[in-house]
Design a protein around this ligand. Sequence first.
Ligand code: CP
Length: 359
Amino acid sequence: MRSLISILDFSVAELDQLIATAKDIIANPDNYREKCRYKKLATLFFEPSTRTRLSFEAAMLELGGSVIGFSEASSSSASKGESMADTAKILSCYADIMAIRHPKEGAPYVASRNATIPVINAGDGGHQHPTQTLADLLTISREKGRLNDLTIGLCGDLKYGRTVHSLIEAMSRYEGIRFVLISPAELKLPSYVRFNVLEKHHIPYTEVTSLEDAMPELDVLYMTRIQQERFDDVEEYNRLKDSYVLDTEKMQLGKADMCVLHPLPRVNEISVAVDDDPRAAYFRQALNGKYMRMALILKLLEEAQNPAREAIDTEGLVYDRVCKNPKCICQVEQELPQIARITDPAENILRCIYCEQKV
Ligand code: CP
């Protein structure tokens, strides 16, 4: 069964096809109004959300389908201790496709291994957020007219910013992409993204701390929120939360055709005055998210007609290696097998299959 857990689950050709479908939906919405008639989307949100959950629901409704689900863990039987695996099996009885947001890294992956319907990762802790990346790709394509030959600045919380991790994985597969990673030292990109994606594929990047210095060279500026909910130490959060504020003065340093993206919600990292700048694309980006989720639902439901169960890729798997990441789903669901994968044979680096942290 085809699911979307990581943006790498889709080839570049498939991403380009999703973008083409989304653009066709925008141009010809009437052609899609009945496409999902009698189909049900389940939205399982164990963490708060405005855009992702409601754009998924709007997407399914605009395709003629219907929606079931919950918006907080406390109103599901997870609050009584039900496992992710069992929850996925149950929802497979009631819906045709499900979207899951969960605070634990790897939870949607566990669901996909146990469901008999497509599973979409709608954000798992600080790990990945592939459908936000779909929204980002359509936005860059519409704003810039291309997805290649771009200098992309990523600013803020690059450590826990799951949208950043997924976007780097996606954009690294297009030609002529260069990244400027703008963050405080404490919130630098995790090693599994830096080494497994940027270094491994020889993608040019620089790591800097000054947003002002980086501004003039950027084609795309991707701002992120410093996320209080990801910090174990509130003092560290308070020290870092105002690291970057994009204001109209800093916007003057940017190219005339730069575009500013932000997955939202924002707190104060983009001043409200910037919203009036035509280069501010973040509200258009939120709308694009609905169109890309429509395209994604269509693709996964179409592929579910041919329900060949994909075998787990067993290459490089090592069993009984214990993951110590406290944010990993395997820390709360003790029955999950402890499995790691050798991601860099030269260095013999093993990473947990759920959260991708070193074990
Ligand atoms: N961008 C995003 O994931 O927003 P929500 O948390 O509101 O879904």
